[in-house]
Design a protein. Structure first.
Length: 328
């Protein structure tokens, strides 16, 4: 089985090549280019392609992959909102993913963002490097005995809820499909969560129902001085409304690992480039906003799990076995 691996980074190659000897019969070609209309034709002669969350897998790309004889798309991530599933069905291309690589990795990063944004750790570090040990502008708030609102209680949301509970917080949650077995949180309505939470952390998938879940209306329902964290999908937040809320002093702090504009250059070094839009620069200009580069998944354990599950998905397809992680 031949797989063309798009958008290869050094860490991708390292973790996949480490496990590849355990999967005889699978051959991977690593290329740096990401997949889009112009590069989809490179998949000629391959049984499958492997792509990440920032790939363009819209209708034209899927149709081109079909013309090149590709039968399987291996998503080395949990999200698949960038895949045109209707066209994959029409073209007879199966799609598999990595549904849970390391929920704790993302949840821990969410709390790291919350703490950094709250206690201004990123600014304190820079000040100390410049021999400035004044505390001006660094005051935060206690999380202890505050209320954490978790939107989405899948594996990552549950992990975040447990972390918040460990901080001595009251944990409430909103989910369209509540899990009644979770005894460490209390389910409430979305309006109640927005109105009572001191910390709101987003952990839901990107769907038509959740797109721009955080907008001017939902922001208006939040407590003044709320801390908002998003490590899920950028499209959950309507960025212009978030910026307006920040300017209106609605938020004590905001921590973002994902944002709407990231897809074009996420995981790329753009330090010497002029970005086509200014939204990210506007967000970074606010003193109470902390941003990272979609790195919530980026731990040794998570990358190992991603490589292992992706290769297991490929082996199951190669052997004609049930695809347990197929996207329907």
């Amino acid at each position: 089985m031949r797989i063309l691996f798009y958008d290869t980074k050094s860490y991708d190659k390292e973790f996949f090549e480490k496990l590849l000897p355990s999967y005889p019969g699978i051959e991977i070609k690593f290329i740096e280019a990401n997949i889009h209309e112009e590069t989809a034709a490179l998949a000629h002669g391959y049984d499958a392609i492997c792509a990440f969350v920032n790939a363009d897998l819209g209708t034209p790309v899927i149709e081109e992959l079909h013309r090149q004889g590709v039968k399987l798309i291996l998503m080395r991530c949990a999200g698949y909102n960038n895949v045109d599933l209707e066209t994959t069905v029409k073209c007879g291309i199966q799609v598999v993913r990595v549904p849970g690589y390391s929920p704790e990795a993302v949840a821990e990063h969410a709390m790291a963002l919350a703490l950094t944004a709250n206690r201004h750790t990123h600014k304190a570090y820079i000040k100390c490097r410049e021999n400035n040990f004044a505390l001006n502008g660094l005051m935060g708030v206690n999380f202890y005995q505050k209320t954490a609102g978790i939107i989405g209680t899948g594996k990552i949301g549950q992990a975040m809820a447990k972390i918040c509970r460990g901080f001595g917080m009251r944990v409430i949650a909103y989910d369209l499909f509540p899990n009644k077995s979770l005894d460490f949180l209390e389910y409430v309505s979305l309006d109640e969560l927005l109105a009572t939470s001191d910390l709101i952390s987003l952990h839901c998938p990107m769907t038509p129902e959740t797109e721009h879940l955080i907008n001017s209306e939902t922001i208006a329902k939040m407590k003044d001085g709320v801390i908002l964290v998003n490590t899920s999908r950028g499209g959950l937040i309507k960025t212009d409304d978030l910026i307006a809320g920040i300017r209106d002093h609605k938020f004590f702090a905001v921590g973002l690992d994902v944002y709407e504009e990231e897809s074009a250059y996420v995981y790329e070094d753009m330090s010497s480039s002029i970005l086509p839009t200014s939204t990210i620069q506007r967000l970074l200009s606010f003193p109470n906003v902390t941003m990272t580069s979609h790195q919530g998944f980026f731990t040794v354990e998570a990358l190992t799990n991603i490589a292992e599950t992706t290769l297991e998905n490929a082996r199951a397809f190669m052997n004609g076995e049930e695809l347990k992680n197929q996207v329907h």
